[in-house]
Ligand binder design. Structure first.
Ligand code: C2E
Ligand code: CA
Ligand code: CA
Length: 567
């Protein structure tokens, strides 16, 4: 037995004859009812106590006869990594039971390296899992340890977090994305193997004394010493760990590409351990919210997500509670100021939050499922109102009714069916409905957008590109988009005031291109007579804005339309 390397060495403060010590330890290992064995790199057993010999049952002293094939392969793959970290490995193994079968043991394994840095000797102390675990906790009851990966468990980590730290420590939580679907696709065993791979990669990337834990099904945590408690450095650390785990690799002979989201927090001694863990987990959610792979915990963002959650809650059921209504803003011809269209703009009067602007609550609705019933409600109300005006105001049947579609609604494959249903239910002629979709929603994936736009137009409705000019320089894409109307963003209209030649040139280019493609251009947010004059001079024919009319409730628009009819 190799006794002169670290794991078996005597405590430094007690001068002991190494030979005597190793004799004592050997006696101890022979006396214990547990299984103790040590073997060389090629699997030859150099030590086996009575229990180990009983399990071998007369077979030659080779590791292959002591360990079940699965456990053998598992160790061959993982132990070299442990050797690097010089940390003991703890976990479950399948071992011969001496009666021709196998049994599960909880094992602690240490490794010593030879002069060439390769694994020289491996020693194992193992205890029957059924004996080791409290009966009510089964095999997973090994205190403080995760049974699958041998990592520290959530409870173990929380205990460690409670220890006072000298110097800077960072806590990083890493969540493996899509593990459930990986399990479904590749099987639970492969899923487990993936988790073990993640555990191994994390363990290899930290230094001795750092803690790696598995704190949930797909959640890992790393507590590590850092040289700085700066947020940027902590974030860089989280990103580095994430990169390590995401490296391409193979499991059971299959290529796996893992996606991981990481959240980090600086360890503070005055923080409750559970609070620290919660903060790091929140940082994971914050990273997801902003579409990033990693984030450092930001208390301000925490309030922001609280606010959004409260709003999403209040929004749920707003339809049933009758808190929503539509404001209407007319669109005019620039030549003779006739109303040629109206845009429906959603309004929400919340009893708890007050009157919330759509620019605030629509994005919240977008990230929860509320946008689906909300969007449908707007569509139906708008079409119904248009029909009511048809009956009440002569001439209003020529007017286009514009309804905004959020990016999520636009991406929803059922949107065409919804539009068809609403048109059928309300009896509105399809060509009177114009759906406004923002430029950014379209430019995210132009090919998909072209297809979706074409399917909408096949129903007979019109389509407008909203906020045109804010997103990308999309003039080149415009030719490909099957649309009817371009709404020139307010930002452009505003800039016409300074007489900036470049802005004017862009407006001219857009108007000319649109005209050559047979599109209508509507200028948005026209507030001054000067803007109106300038737009006309540049060849724009239609406009919408406070100069002409603010968004108003339906009865007020009815009056406007009635006055129109008498002109
Ligand atoms: P949008 O579609 O670009 O609507 C135009 C916005 O500009 C409206 O703001 C309108 O009130 C405002 N506006 C109109 N004329 C002027 C003007 O001369 N000057 C200025 N400064 N503003 C003007 P609103 O109603 O607050 O809506 C904001 C955004 O919320 C809308 O921008 C639209 O993106 C979204 N939104 C509104 N209703 C709905 C809806 O039913 N569904 C969806 N998905 N989004 C909606
Ligand atoms: Ca709009
Ligand atoms: Ca707009």
């Amino acid at each position: 037995m190799d006794v002169h390397s670290r794991p078996w060495a005597a405590p430094q403060d007690a001068p002991v004859d190494p030979t005597r010590l190793s004799t004592a330890l050997e006696l101890l290992l022979r006396a214990t009812p547990d299984t103790a064995a040590a073997w060389t790199a090629d699997g030859a057993l150099v030590f086996a106590n009575d229990e180990a010999r009983r399990r071998l049952g007369g077979a030659p002293p080779l590791l292959a006869h002591l360990l079940a094939p699965g456990s053998l392969a598992f160790l061959a793959e993982r132990l070299p990594f442990h050797a690097l970290g010089a940390a003991p490995w703890r976990g479950r193994l399948e071992v011969a039971d001496g009666r021709g079968g196998t049994t599960i043991v909880h094992a602690t394994i240490v490794v010593t390296l030879g002069p060439d840095g390769d694994v020289a000797t491996t020693a194992m102390l193992a205890r029957d899992a059924v004996l080791a675990a409290p009966p009510d906790q089964g095999l997973d009851g090994w205190p403080g340890l995760d049974a699958l990966t041998g990592l520290m468990s959530r409870g173990g980590l929380v205990e460690r977090l409670g220890d006072r730290a000298d110097g800077s420590l960072a806590l990083v939580v890493l969540e493996v994305e899509g593990l459930t679907s990986l399990n479904e696709r590749l099987g639970q065993d492969t899923g487990d193997a993936i988790l073990s791979l993640v555990a191994e990669r994390l363990r290899r990337s930290v230094r001795a004394g750092d803690v790696v834990a598995r704190i949930g099904g797909d959640e890992f945590a790393v507590l590590l010493r850092t040289s700085s408690d700066d947020d940027a450095d902590t974030l860089a650390l989280a990103e580095r760990l994430r990169d390590v785990v995401q490296r391409p690799g193979s499991v059971d002979g299959r290529e796996v590409a893992l996606t991981v989201t990481a959240g980090a927090v600086v360890h503070a001694n005055d923080r409750d351990p559970l609070d620290l863990l919660r903060a790091a987990t929140l940082a994971v959610a914050q990273a997801r919210e902003v579409g990033r792979g990693a984030a450092c915990y930001d208390p301000a963002r925490h309030q922001e997500s609280d606010r959004r959650r409260t709003m999403a809650e209040a929004l749920r059921g707003a339809i049933e509670r009758d808190e929503l209504w539509l404001a209407w803003q007319p669109q005019y011809t620039l030549a003779d100021q006739r109303i040629v269209g109206v845009e429906a703009l959603l309004r929400w009067d919340s009893p708890t939050l007050g009157s919330v602007p759509p620019a605030t609550f629509i994005p919240v609705a977008e990230t929860s499922d509320v946008i689906v019933p909300l969007g449908r409600w707007v569509l139906e109300q708008a079409c119904r109102q248009a029909r009511a005006w048809e009956a009440a105001v002569p001439g209003s049947a020529d007017m286009d009714v514009h309804v905004n579609l959020s990016p999520r609604q636009f991406a929803d494959p059922t949107i065409v069916g919804q539009v068809t249903d609403v048109l059928a239910a309300t009896g509105l002629a399809p060509h009177r409905l114009c759906l406004e979709i923002t430029e950014t929603a379209v430019m995210d994936d132009v090919d998909a957008a072209v297809e979706a736009l074409a399917r909408l137009r096949a129903v007979g409705v019109k389509v407008a590109i909203d906020d045109f000019g804010v997103g990308y320089s999309s003039l080149s894409y415009l030719r490909r988009l099957p649309v009817d109307v371009l709404k020139l963003d307010r930002a452009f209209v505003e800039r016409l005031d300074d007489g900036d030649a470049a802005d004017a040139a862009i407006v001219v280019a857009v108007v000319n291109l649109a005209r050559s493609l047979g599109l209508t251009v509507v200028a948005e947010g026209v507030e001054t007579a000067a803007q109106r004059r300038e737009l006309r001079a540049l060849g724009c024919t239609m406009a919408q804005g406070y100069l002409f009319a603010r968004p108003v409730p339906a009865p007020a628009l009815t009056e406007l339309l009635q006055r129109e009819a008498w002109r």
